[in-house]
Design a protein around this ligand. Structure first.
Ligand SMILES: *Cc1c(COP(=O)(O)O)cnc(C)c1O
Length: 394
């Protein structure tokens, strides 16, 4: 036992030396633009709750009603003890929202990626990933056993090279299927994938496409359907993925696509089959969130969010004024420098996370500033003042 504890202490010491040590900060309030940590209140620019739905009365009421009718827990996997109505309502609402034949929900987006990618691809197949896709996609692709290729972030020429290579690659016992995976809005950079061109390329080479809309669902496209909708290509994407835990304000992950895809996942996605269903309250809250983002109230939340992002970008002289997402990375490079900046912001009662390796590449550490529709213009001005004091901006 001693040698185990010694070994872990040694590893933790290395993380500290490299400024990569992470720790949890207990929050004694709901998520929102103000959060309570210790005995202080911080102005919060760290959440993915882009529309402020995590604390919205309609979502809370839907969750409470679901608890009263369906209880606190789901009992077992949905294939074992029966599948509670709130999950079906959620999946019907999602499929209508995403305009796909069907949808399936998982306990988390992470579980959706792992279950889906390993169900669809095996060792005879090829997966081609954008360099900056989320860790859950990387983990899932590795776990699938497929041959992996990574293309330079958003680089169509490099993607085409990889597709050409894949078209010539030997399968195994059967023809290799090729699955391209990208995000629509990238989680740590806030930039967008050229989805129209990616769709054209995957069609040219007969590959399949999976797009993770975690940071675009609720924010972009008509009624917040996502970037694929904004580009008019949702019908050409084999697998649409996302989370219910960001702009939609609840928790869980989803896959939207054909009925055949969903039926197949119910039979083959191990993270769906071998895991207890989420609490019904989460499904009910997510359903309320999806309804809300499509309403007039959702429209006005989106425009408030865009207003805040625009004010911030203008104030700090951010080069890319085009509003795509609620994520603005301030890339400082060094891990230590970024940690110090985050600490100095906390000293001014502002909470912005220092994002470091392995979430981003070594030496590409950043303050990841995220906005919510519930921030006010004064909140943004306060952040700008604090950043100016630290001489951070572009
Ligand atoms: C957050 C995130 C996920 C994981 O979703 P969870 O519901 O939080 O597990 C997947 N993909 C991307 C791009 C994300 O940012």
């Amino acid at each position: 036992m001693n040698s185990f504890a010694d070994e872990l202490s040694r590893r933790l010491a290395t993380l500290r030396e490299q400024n990569l040590f992470r720790e949890l900060r207990r929050v004694d309030s709901a998520q929102g633009t103000r959060i309570a940590i210790g005995n202080k209140t911080f102005l919060n620019f760290s959440a993915n709750d882009y529309l402020g739905l995590a604390h919205h009365p309609e979502l809370k009421e839907a969750a409470v009603r679901a608890v009263e009718k369906f209880g606190a827990g789901a009992g077992a996997s949905r294939l074992i003890c029966g599948s509670l109505a709130p999950f079906h309502e959620l999946e019907e609402t999602l499929a209508a929202f995403k305009q796909t034949e069907a949808a399936l929900t998982f306990a988390t987006g992470y579980a959706a990626a792992v279950g889906t990618i390993t169900a669809v691809c095996g060792k005879d197949d090829i997966i081609i990933l954008d360099k900056l896709v989320h860790a859950c996609i990387v983990d899932a692709a590795k776990l699938s056993g497929a041959k992996l290729r990574v293309f330079v972030h958003n680089d169509l020429a490099d993607l085409e090279d990889k597709l050409k290579w894949a078209a010539k690659a030997e399968g195994g016992r059967r023809k290799a299927e090729v699955l391209v995976i990208t995000e629509s809005i990238f989680s740590m950079d806030g930039d967008a994938a050229p989805l129209r061109e990616i769709v054209a390329l995957k069609e040219k080479y007969g590959a399949w496409l999976m797009v993770d809309e975690a940071h675009a669902t609720g924010i972009l496209g008509k009624h917040g359907r996502g970037l694929a909708d904004a580009f008019g290509v949702s019908g050409q994407i084999e697998i649409q993925m996302g989370t219910l835990g960001k702009a939609l304000g609840a928790s869980g992950g989803y896959i939207a696509g054909s009925q055949a895809l969903i039926d197949y996942l119910v039979n083959r996605a191990r993270s769906f089959i071998f895991s207890t269903a989420p609490v019904p309250a989460a499904a009910a809250a997510a359903t309320a969130g999806i309804k809300l983002v499509q309403s007039a109230a959702g429209e006005s939340l989106r425009s408030q969010l865009q207003q805040r992002v625009a004010e911030f970008k203008l104030a700090i002289g951010h080069g890319k004024l085009e509003i795509l997402s609620a994520i603005v990375p301030l890339i400082l490079g060094g891990e230590e420098k970024t940690l110090v900046a985050a600490t100095k912001l906390r000293e001014q009662n502002i909470f912005v996370p220092a994002i470091r390796y392995p979430t981003v590449a070594r030496g590409a550490a950043r303050l990841r500033v995220t906005f919510s529709a519930t921030h006010t213009a004064t909140d943004v001005a306060e952040l700008v003042t604090a950043l100016n004091k630290l001489a951070i901006g572009n």
